[in-house]
Design a protein around this ligand. Structure first.
Ligand code: NAD
Length: 353
């Protein structure tokens, strides 16, 4: 077990220090070179586990994965095996799941706008790829298959907070792929008795989230703009709200979901968030005040632009179900996580990263 502090923070390091059973089997993390996958790899290696990572670098980056593996030190890094491969290939999924006890399936094409531009690509990766990993996991006798769903499956259901059993009409191809993942999970659990947990992530953020490209999420995009004197663009009136969730909480939720003891359903779906609500205006103010504290010059407000198609207006999770089933509680709440993430990005910039 490593005593280093994880990139996702001291709270996660100390929580992991109490989770002895993580080292008792091999893990597969798909999407290992992505933002969330890289934190899962780092956490598992630091907890003494053996980890297989699978990624084809479609949106993830080699440097992201290298940073995660480097963070745990050379001894822990020896327990990591990387497969450069595509989840659209069943053969690749079959070899990646060999001898694996727990699967944390993160690989997907994220972003609602991307799926509107190219729904076929999103379907291929998010649905066919998901089915391949799910199927291969069953054949390999994986103990529990945990996969990334999304708060986008709530669609046009306006009720707050979001309760797992109450979903509306989905509003984008991306959301349709995630809803389909949940349908396949439910079918595989009932037809084959496979143990599966879907985690509906709500706007995850933290170190190593990619700020580049047209589909980057708002937090890294704004932080990057603030650090480089660029323009922060706000879609809509700024009163849109989200349950922003620091990545340490998502790591904890995955590990608990894979391992929690006791009576569990074969097919579970849980929200993963903090149960809070932050508007985009508030988000901007938090990030801006971190930037000002570093002597950066940042406009008082972002530049407005029209709202985006497919976006939901408000999003806030009820996290009662996951806490009852697994004992999950957030480690870091939004405001604290935002300040840390901002400083992480500004430090990276200062180091020329
Ligand atoms: P990311 O883009 O950083 O990571 C996804 C990874 O999957 C990338 O490394 C990419 O290269 C890899 N990948 C894509 N297609 C692949 C393929 N065909 N074969 C192998 N690897 C492939 O995204 P992330 O933010 O880390 O998201 C991880 C998961 O969480 C995704 O399933 C995403 O839909 C889901 N999710 C994320 C958020 C969020 O706020 N970040 C919210 C809800 C759900």
């Amino acid at each position: 077990m490593s005593s280093r502090e994880l990139t996702a923070g001291a709270e996660l390091s100390s929580w992991l220090g109490q989770q002895r059973s993580l080292a008792e089997g091999r893990w597969l993390v798909t999407g290992a070179a992505g933002f969330i996958g890289s934190h899962l790899v780092e956490a598992l290696l630091s907890a003494g586990a053996e980890v297989v990572g699978l990624d084809n670098f479609l949106t993830g980056r080699r440097e992201t994965l290298d940073a995660a593996v480097k963070a745990v030190g050379p001894d822990a890094a020896k327990r990591f095996r990387f497969i450069e491969g595509d989840i659209r290939s069943l053969e690749t999924c079959t070899s990646a799941t060999e001898g694996v006890r727990w699967v944390l399936h993160q690989a997907a094409l994220g972003s609602v706008p991307r799926s509107l531009e190219n729904p076929i690509a999103s379907h291929d990766v998010n649905v066919t790829g998901h089915l391949n990993v799910l199927h291969a996991s069953r054949l390999a006798g994986v103990e529990r298959f945990v996969y990334a769903s999304s708060s986008s499956v709530y669609g046009d259901d306006a009720n707050l907070p979001k309760l797992e059993e109450r979903v509306g009409r989905v509003l984008s191809p991306y959301a349709a792929t995630k809803r389909t993942n949940e349908t396949y999970a439910s079918v595989f659990a009932s037809c084959y008795g496979q143990r599966i947990t879907g985690l509906r992530y709500f706007n995850v953020f933290g170190p190593r989230q990619d700020p580049q490209g047209p589909y980057a999420a708002v937090i890294p995009r704004w932080l990057d703009a603030m650090a480089s004197g660029g323009i922060c663009t706000l879609h809509g009136d700024g009163l849109t709200s989200r349950d922003f969730c620091f990545v340490a909480n998502v790591v904890k939720a995955n590990l608990l979901a894979a391992q929690a003891q006791g009576e569990r359903d074969t097919n579970e779906i849980f929200n993963v968030a903090c149960g809070e609500k932050t508007t985009l205006r508030e988000l901007y103010a938090h990030l801006r005040s971190a930037a000002l504290s570093r002597g950066l010059v940042v406009a008082e407000s972002p530049v407005g632009s029209p709202p985006r198609v497919g976006d939901i207006r408000h999003s806030q999770a009820d996290i009662g179900a996951i806490s009852r089933a697994t004992g999950y509680q957030p480690l870091v709440f939004a405001e604290d996580g935002l300040v840390r993430t901002a400083h992480w990005y500004f430090d990276q910039r200062a180091r020329g990263g």
